[in-house]
Design a protein around this ligand. Structure first.
Ligand SMILES: Nc1ncnc2c1ncn2[C@@H]1O[C@H](COP(=O)(O)OP(=O)(O)OP(=O)(O)O)[C@@H](O)[C@H]1O
Ligand SMILES: O=C(O)[C@H](O)CO
Length: 523
């Protein structure tokens, strides 16, 4: 397991208190190396969306202690509260909910990633752990984010709890990213292995999370509203920490408390698109054929309240505040970056060039062609909330360092059999792009990290690079292209300068997609 969790959201604030004047702060931070600043900013991004505080923002008990308030709705509590949960951030969410509601809690079951309790304990994050004699049963499973037998056992226990509820009961459902793999309950005759294989193939061929989860829903007893249906007639309140661009409740963890609006045709289109239709196991065909006559219809979720409690945007907003405290001119460019890592890397490479040119005192700025090309790349990525113009305006004339912040989740089309994750691969590709840009006296650093602390099936959260990457690699005899062809970014970074470019946080206990930071300053 990676080094202990080190979330230090308060550190720059403490620094600020000691040094209230901006000039002084800038002086101190400018002596701090860019990698150190980038690591701190990533830590504050994660620290802003730790599950406990997120939960407390939406849940409260009224003074009598008998009414649960969820935003503007109220629910009667009379020894009738049950809790289930699944996802990478659910342990901390459950601990916070237990802390607040333990006197009403009858029983709970949660499904969380393998090793999360040990990681949280090692990091000294006691507030993310359940009480010693908790009424909440914990299952750990889904190693490397793939559904397994342990997760299946958890899903069955969750289904059993839900099915036993009555109209007097209230079911609190805690949901976060990673929930799909932690709640596998394939519809027979589909087996766990078949579902695992299909998910893996779709992900490896670059399917989006929307596509992946459409298929998962069609194969599952609990996804796509199935859990809500199992809990009926109890009232259901789902608290959701979003790890999907745009916070679509029907996609996050495959929407177990949201009626699925997809039909078999949608599934067949997706399977066709990724060349998987012909080779489908017979069991999958059987379930798809049945699905249209037995959907978890929209009428089944009227007893449910779905509430988004936190997202990537919130994390970036905090990181922006921290970056400003460190003396950067900080801009959030988007919380919805998507697309293939190759195109995303080209965009960031050119963005560094264009923004870098704004920082050079007597520089002529970037050329009109470069601006046009940057906008073309941006348009190709179809990022719904991209603030490119606003960002360029904001950094024009910046005297000091600049920090551009982006959230989202690009995709990788796996071709090789190497080890890596989309953050490490993106960082490696951006490193190559930075090396090809004429940045002159501008120092550039790019960091990409998974807020859950685990990038793909590796123990690193991500990596950071500078424009020196290509020359550093060459000096150590590492051929970047070969590593990229093999999707072997993790091995590359392990070998580069003894692994110093890798980002290790350990499992963070939260999950709001990835964060990309581009830091630029004059040398
Ligand atoms: N060798 C590799 N190189 C690059 N990317 C990889 C590699 N192996 C797996 N991936 C990518 O990692 C992604 C899975 O990563 P991870 O397990 O962190 O999922 P996630 O999307 O963060 O999960 P969740 O959203 O469920 O929390 C897949 O999209 C896959 O394409
Ligand atoms: O679990 C999942 O389906 C993904 O993390 C998206 O929420």
């Amino acid at each position: 397991m990676a080094a202990a969790l080190q979330i230090l959201p308060c550190l720059p604030r403490a620094l600020l208190r000691l040094l209230p004047r901006r000039g002084l702060v800038t002086q101190v931070t400018s002596t701090m190396a860019l990698p150190e600043q980038a690591r701190r900013l990533f830590e504050s991004t994660v620290g802003a969306v730790l599950p406990g505080p997120m939960l407390h923002r939406v849940l409260a008990l009224d003074p009598t202690g008998k009414l649960l308030k969820v935003r503007d709705r109220s629910f009667q509590l009379r020894n009738n509260l049950y809790m289930v949960g699944f996802g990478k951030a659910v342990l901390g969410m459950a601990a916070a909910a237990e802390e607040l509601l333990s006197q009403h809690l009858v029983q709970g079951v949660i499904s969380v990633p393998k090793g999360i309790r040990a990681a949280v304990e090692r990091a000294g994050k006691q507030e993310m752990l359940l009480k010693p004699h908790s009424r909440v049963q914990v299952f750990e499973g889904a190693e490397n984010n793939l559904p397994d037998r342990d997760a299946l056992r958890a899903a069955l226990a969750i289904r059993q709890l839900a099915e036993g509820l009555t109209a007097d009961d209230l079911l609190l459902v805690l949901i976060s990213g990673g929930g799909s793999a932690l709640l596998p309950a394939p519809i027979p005759p589909v087996t766990l292995e078949e579902k695992q294989m299909l998910t893996k193939l779709l992900a490896a061929r670059g399917a989006t999370i929307q596509e992946l989860n459409t298929i998962r829903k069609a194969m599952s007893q609990l996804k796509g509203g199935g859990l809500a249906q199992a809990a009926y007639p109890a009232q259901v309140v789902s608290l959701i920490l979003s790890d999907v661009v745009g916070d679509p409740v029907e996609v996050i963890a495959s929407g177990p408390t949201v009626a699925s609006a997809h039909n078999v045709q949608d599934c067949l289109h997706i399977l066709n698109r990724y060349g998987l239709r012909a080779a489908l196991p017979r069991s999958v065909k059987t379930v798809l054929a049945r699905a249209d006559s037995d959907p978890h219809g929209p009428h089944t979720c009227g007893h449910v309240l779905n509430v988004i409690i936190g997202s990537n945007l919130l994390a970036l907003a905090e990181a922006q505040r921290q970056a400003e405290a460190l003396g950067f001119r900080a801009v959030v460019l988007s919380a919805a970056m998507q697309g293939d890592v190759k195109s995303v890397a080209q965009f960031y490479g050119l963005l560094a060039r264009v923004v870098g040119a704004c920082l050079t005192p007597l520089g002529a700025g970037a050329s009109a062609e470069e601006h046009i090309e940057l906008h073309r790349l941006a348009a190709e990525l179809h990022v719904p909330d991209l603030q490119l113009e606003k960002a360029l305006e904001a950094v024009t004339g910046a005297q000091g360092p600049v920090c551009l912040m982006v959230g989202g989740e690009p995709t990788v089309q796996l071709q090789g059999s190497g080890r890596g994750g989309r953050n490490q691969e993106l960082a490696l590709r951006v490193g190559v792009e930075l090396g090809q840009q004429p940045l002159g006296p501008v120092e550039a650093l790019f960091l990409s990290g998974a807020t859950d602390g685990q990038d793909g099936p590796t123990e690193a959260a991500g990596a950071w690079v500078t424009s020196e990457l290509a020359s550093q690699a060459a000096a150590e005899g590492l051929d970047v292209t070969t590593f990229l062809d093999q999707n072997d970014s993790h091995t590359f970074f392990c070998r580069l300068r003894g692994g110093e470019h890798l980002l290790y946080t350990g499992l963070t206990g939260t999950n709001v997609m990835d964060a990309h930071l581009l830091l630029l300053r004059l040398q």
